[in-house]
Design a protein around this ligand. Structure first.
Ligand code: ATP
Ligand code: MG
Length: 569
């Protein structure tokens, strides 16, 4: 490709609204343009990167026996009504109505569609197992589209669905995909960790998230350098604290006046007790029900764990006015003592507390010397809090570290959740009807592109791994007007192309400084600069994007050197 003919609208400055490095650089280097919140154009360079990631994904899927197909993006509401997800999916679903008033959605995911297809086309054990995937735009009306391609409302996903006769077959596929995903993200040049994650409302379903490490990541990963344990903080089981009752005797409960003490910190200061002695009382709206969750004052409540013990479709912190209506007291003085008609769940640490402080459900009053079991009852004590860095690894007991990460892929055992509801069955060897065992496996293709940039850039621009760079090499003649220089540059350009290298020739009539800046910003792995010395001394400059310095290479050796660099591992 010739730069003079290409649509690569680079910008000198970062776009004002870009909130992450990847978004800034991808926009500035002319890879993407925003159309509306969470909706992007992929310009030619961006499209090339996307396509390279797709090719890697395809190769790895095909290597593990998966077959590519393509399903409609527009999906009939009836299918989603059958699984109960039409309403459960919530506001994230883009819904559309056709001219006959029939309802559809723009596919946020395709479990319903593929299960419907398979229930119609598969009926014998001889047709199983099946591994079917597609690479396609997905639509989710995200509450907060942000970070450019990382959280879009239209984005490219590879989604694979597996169909097996039994749990053993599913398990085999799951670990095949674990390997395939490891290969994919390694080949994309990402630093990532596969982490244990939340199986959602399906119970103890097995799942791993593939998480690219990056400070802007929305997920927190806790990991153990000692034994290799790694999990999303949402599911990491917290160590159970030791009982305090052996060292402290329970005292009689008392109500005390606590003016202007609406936070754990303020109450603690006022009563001169540490946060570990206070109870945090939170109210959640769990679908239509108000529930109460208790944690130790210095701990954070983990809503994923709450949702596991109190299964519901939507769980959110309750609005203050709803709590006032039910309990008769504002936030700041709430507590479990005397609470009627509300389910109370408490963290395991609360069970061990003695003589604690909690709100009295009366403005500006707290109780002291409250003792769980004696002064209030709960539905049960569960692990309901967030793991903290430095706590003990649940596998080996060593200290855990934590890091931020971006989920770029997820593998998930669905079991019979969809096949049972939608009736995807087969006849076994004995002619008996059996339910198909399913798994689903997603790669965020466009998100992977952005995550790669988050990890691979410097102050001058992006640094593409060779495997997914839009072009491998840029050839930069210092003066496009100098015919002799141009002739040498053209020769290198065509020779590289003949050898299968993807090359950009910067034949623009621009100053060298502008061309170098653009080359660094775009992040080609290799730049070959053809100047005066190419004509006079038959030498060119050879610069890797990752290297600080140029190398000097003979004109008639540069193609060979470039080819062996580009196609080396
Ligand atoms: P998240 O928790 O980040 O919202 P998810 O768990 O809902 O993601 P999945 O349903 O597992 O996403 O989708 C498979 C993959 O698609 C994810 O691992 C992620 O890489 C990608 N993905 C999901 N939502 C988006 C989005 N809004 N924009 C870009 N990529 C996305
Ligand atoms: Mg996911």
């Amino acid at each position: 490709m010739r730069m003079s003919k290409a649509l690569i609208p680079t910008l000198r400055d970062n776009p004002a609204e870009a909130d992450t490095v990847s978004q800034q650089l991808l926009v500035r280097a002319g890879f993407i343009r925003k159309s509306a919140a969470g909706l992007y154009h992929y310009l030619p360079l961006g499209k090339r990167v996307l396509q390279k990631i797709e090719t890697i994904v395809r190769e790895e899927m095909d290597a593990f026996g998966c077959q590519e197909l393509l399903m409609p993006i527009v999906q009939p509401a009836e299918l989603w009504l059958e699984t109960g997800r039409w309403n459960a999916y919530g506001a994230e679903m883009f819904k559309v109505t056709d001219r006959h008033e029939r309802q559809f959605c723009l596919g946020p995911t395709h479990e319903e569609m593929i299960t419907d297809l398979v229930r119609n086309e598969v009926n014998s054990y001889r047709q199983l197992p099946l591994r079917l995937y597609q690479i396609q735009n997905k639509y989710r009306d995200e509450k907060r589209p942000r970070f450019g391609l990382i959280r879009g409302r239209e984005f490219v996903m590879k989604d694979m669905y597996s169909f097996d006769r039994d749990p053993e077959g599913l398990d085999q596929c799951y670990w095949d995909m674990y390997q395939a995903y490891t290969n994919i993200f390694n080949r994309c040049g990402l630093k990532f960790r596969p982490i244990e994650a939340d199986g959602g409302a399906i119970g103890d379903s097995q799942t791993h998230e593939f998480t690219a490490l990056a400070d802007i990541g929305e997920n927190t990963v806790v990991y153990c350098e000692h034994c290799g344990y790694a999990a999303n903080i949402e599911i990491a089981p917290c160590p159970v604290p030791e009982a305090q009752s052996s060292v402290e005797t329970a005292l009689p409960m008392e109500k005390v006046y606590t003016p202007d003490s609406k936070t754990i910190e303020a109450v603690g200061n006022y009563l001169q007790v540490p946060a570990q002695k206070c109870i945090k009382t939170l109210f959640f709206q769990a679908d239509d029900e108000l529930i109460c969750v208790l944690a130790r004052g210095d701990h954070e409540v983990n809503d994923v764990k709450v949702q596991r013990v109190h299964p519901c479709l939507a769980l959110e912190l309750a609005e203050e006015e709803d709590v006032v209506k039910k309990v008769g007291c504002n936030f700041g003085s709430l507590g479990p003592v005397g609470l009627q008609g509300i389910k109370i769940y408490a963290d395991l640490a609360v069970e061990q507390m003695v003589n604690l402080v909690c709100g009295a459900n009366e403005e500006a009053y707290h109780y002291i010397n409250v003792n769980p079991g004696r002064d209030f009852q709960v539905e049960g004590y569960y692990d309901l809090r967030m793991m903290q860095e430095g706590e003990a690894c649940p596998k080996c007991g060593q200290k855990l570290d934590s890091a931020r990460g971006i989920e770029v892929g997820q593998i998930f055992k669905l079991g019979t959740k969809y096949s049972e509801t939608l009736g995807a069955t087969y006849l076994d060897e004995n002619g008996k009807t059996q339910v198909i065992h399913m798994g689903c496996y997603g790669v965020g293709v466009s998100r992977t592109m952005a995550a790669t940039v988050e990890q691979n850039h410097d102050e001058n621009g992006m640094i593409w791994p060779k495997s997914i760079a839009p072009y491998h090499v840029v050839v930069v003649p210092i003066s496009a007007k100098d015919e002799k220089q141009m002739a040498i540059a053209e020769q290198i350009y065509t020779d590289l192309q003949k050898r299968g290298v993807e090359v950009m020739l910067d034949d623009r009539n621009e100053r060298p400084g502008v061309k170098f800046k653009d080359a660094d910003l775009i992040g080609y792995p290799l730049r070959i600069t053809v100047g005066k010395k190419a004509v006079e001394e038959k030498i060119v400059e050879y610069k890797l994007r990752t290297a600080a310095e140029n190398e000097i290479v003979a004109v008639d050796e540069v193609v060979e050197k470039a080819v062996s660099y580009i196609f080396s591992e």
